[in-house]
Design a binder for this molecule. Structure first.
Ligand code: PMV
Length: 343
């Protein structure tokens, strides 16, 4: 007997950044992200009944074995008590593929761990329906922190915030009552450099321990989360842009001022940001940028100005870019298929 589960979960881009952790993948400050739509990971899990006690887990990424990611996934699966019974009773064959190119500056570990946690939890069959997203978000967090935010859309909040009901360091929650201007927010991911990341996020998080600005940073991020929650409700794009851009630069400022300081932005990043600011000043259009832990620029704008923004990208930015990935706010992930017990 074998069971098959398929899931599709998107990546997300943080507007208020998670940078610094404690304990078992818990965040030092709250973060808030926009869930993407076209940038997703699709995972299929085949569970084949077995009798021997050995752990039998296979993993394929886009059809090939990927030893580094395999080791990470193996450690992850073996580490969660929720998956113990599944691992004991079944051989697990996991295949994963991304809708976006490798090294495109899109957080692939966020979509991958969201999808992997979701299929494994579904296969474990231990969770009541109403609790699924909460538990899957918590389990995804243990694989990659930001993955816990990919369960809800268009925005999700992760981290305990005073005065915000149900907010938790353990899992993310959906942001409610989002203004219509933000519900259909677009994200043009401007790829300045597609070479692999030079410093891992784990290293970056660890450098926040003992960072001279850490306490101020964590306070500022929590304040920005609260302000962002009210901006997302009111539809105030000017303040949305103000908080989002300051957050992007604060993240990179932390890297530049840590003990082992480093620089992930490139000259192309600065050039693209300056063009965006010039264009915004000239046209007065509501758009802004953010950065992930890398050199690529996410240009955010409402759907209503999509045509103008595409023209701007083609005419004024294209020469400085490797490529552009046009994405938009999405609604989170789904379990696509469950085939429970084919002989
Ligand atoms: O989820 P991790 O451990 O890869 O860390 C993600 C950190 C940032 O992407 C830089 C910010 C964030 O909140 O997503």
């Amino acid at each position: 007997m074998h069971k098959v589960f398929t899931a599709k979960y998107p990546s997300n881009i943080a507007l208020v950044k998670y940078w610094g952790k404690y304990g078992n993948q818990l965040p030092r400050n709250a973060s808030l992200s926009m869930t993407l739509c076209k940038a997703y990971t699709e995972v299929s899990l085949i569970c084949i009944k077995k009798k021997n006690p050995e752990v039998e887990i296979e993993y394929f990424f886009e059809g090939s074995t990927e030893p580094v990611f395999y080791e990470r996934i193996l450690r992850y699966i073996k580490g969660q008590k929720e998956f113990e019974k599944l691992v004991r009773n079944y051989t697990l064959k996991i295949s994963s593929k991304n809708s976006f190119p490798h090294s495109a500056g899109i957080a692939s570990s966020a979509s991958a761990f969201a999808a992997i946690a979701a299929v494994l939890l579904k296969a474990s069959n231990t969770i009541r329906a109403g609790q699924f997203n909460k538990q899957a978000s918590r389990l995804a967090r243990l694989g990659s922190g930001s993955a816990c935010r990919s369960f809800y859309g268009p925005f999700s909040l992760w981290g305990k915030l005073e005065g915000i009901k149900d907010s938790s360091d353990e899992y993310a929650i959906p942001v409610e009552n989002v203004h219509k201007i933000f519900k259909s927010l677009m994200d043009a991911i401007l790829i300045v450099d597609d070479s692999p990341k030079k410093v891992s996020s784990s290293k970056g998080h660890s450098l926040m321990k003992g960072h001279p600005y850490a306490a101020a940073r964590f306070r500022d991020a929590n304040k920005n989360c609260k302000e962002m929650l009210s901006v997302l409700r009111s539809g105030d794009f000017e303040n949305f842009a103000f908080i989002t851009e300051r957050e992007a630069l604060s993240l990179h400022a932390m890297m530049m001022t840590s003990r082992e300081h480093y620089l992930l932005i490139r000259s192309g990043t600065v050039k693209v940001i300056e063009e965006i600011l010039r264009y915004r000043k000239e046209t007065g259009l509501p758009l802004c940028y953010t950065l992930d832990a890398g050199p690529n620029v996410h240009l955010l704008y409402p759907e209503s100005i999509r045509e103008q923004v595409h023209t701007f990208i083609q005419q004024d930015l294209y020469n400085d870019l490797k490529t552009v990935i046009y994405d938009r706010a999405g609604s989170g992930g789904t379990i696509l298929k469950v085939n429970n017990g084919t002989a």
